[in-house]
Ligand binder design. Structure first.
Ligand code: HPA
Length: 242
């Protein structure tokens, strides 16, 4: 079974799954999400013939939750028996070659949240946080279907405010291609449990200061909805082969 976490506005991905069973966040011991576009349930079913559990909605640091709670959903899915994890998120793009409306597969991340779900001591190796063999499969499938799929570094910040132009210049200097407020803690949690991870950013907007446009949560959700179809195709393709 594969776990899939759906980011902001990516709910339409759930429509591609033949759902067999639902479990609410409350039943799994998780807090309900307070953010529009984040639903709060697990859906068990099939995608491309493979057993999946979708985590529809997320728990974020910026809602005031502790890092262990932010990753409780990942631990719960591991208890349910997932062998691999796919994380999706909405992110701003800092890379002029990666326009909004396209997807970026994470090659690596910068954890800039200042915290970790492993606080207490667990010195895990993150030199290959995002599974190289699995990434090659996604890359090949995207190429075969003609889907643009960028690869780059995701900077995970605590939020909830979007960044200033100065912060975005700093992040570019640090080597980030995309910026968002999730994913990094979940990756760390999954890797500490030995679960391979693939992660994808739906690039919903230019990061602050890259263009004169203002950032707006509704724009993020709308772009996510429109780009969801391409990711449904990619996941159905790759999971259909595994
Ligand atoms: N910054 C941080 N998080 C985001 C953004 C952004 O520009 N867009 C979507 N999530």
């Amino acid at each position: 079974m594969i776990g899939i976490v759906l980011g902001s506005g990516l709910g339409p991905l759930a429509d591609a799954v033949v759902v067999e069973r639902e479990v609410s966040f409350a039943e799994a011991g998780l807090p309900a999400s307070s953010v529009p576009g984040h639903d709060g349930k697990f859906l068990f079913g099939k995608l491309g013939g493979t057993s999946v559990v979708l985590m529809k909605g997320r728990v974020h640091l910026y809602e005031g939750h502790a890092p262990r709670l932010v990753t409780a959903g990942v631990r719960w899915m591991v208890e349910q028996g997932i062998q691999k994890l796919i994380l999706t998120n909405a992110a701003g793009t800092l890379n002029l070659g990666f326009p909004p409306g396209t997807w970026m597969m994470l090659s690596d991340h910068l954890n800039l949240t200042g915290t970790s779900p492993l606080v207490g001591a667990d010195f895990i190796d993150l030199s290959a946080a995002y599974d190289a063999a699995w990434r090659a499969e996604f890359r090949a499938a995207a190429t075969a279907s003609g889907m643009p799929l960028h690869e780059g570094v995701y900077a995970g910040l605590r939020g909830p405010q979007y960044e200033t132009p100065a912060e975005i210049r700093m992040l570019r200097t640090l080597g980030a291609d995309a910026v968002g407020m999730s994913t990094v803690l979940e990756t760390i949690q999954a890797r500490s449990l030995g679960i391979p991870v693939a992660a994808f950013s739906c690039l919903t907007n230019w990061a602050a200061g890259i263009t004169a446009a203002h950032l707006d949560h509704h724009e993020v959700l709308e772009t996510g909805k429109q780009a969801a179809q391409a990711m449904i195709g990619l996941l159905t393709d790759v999971l259909g082969r595994s």
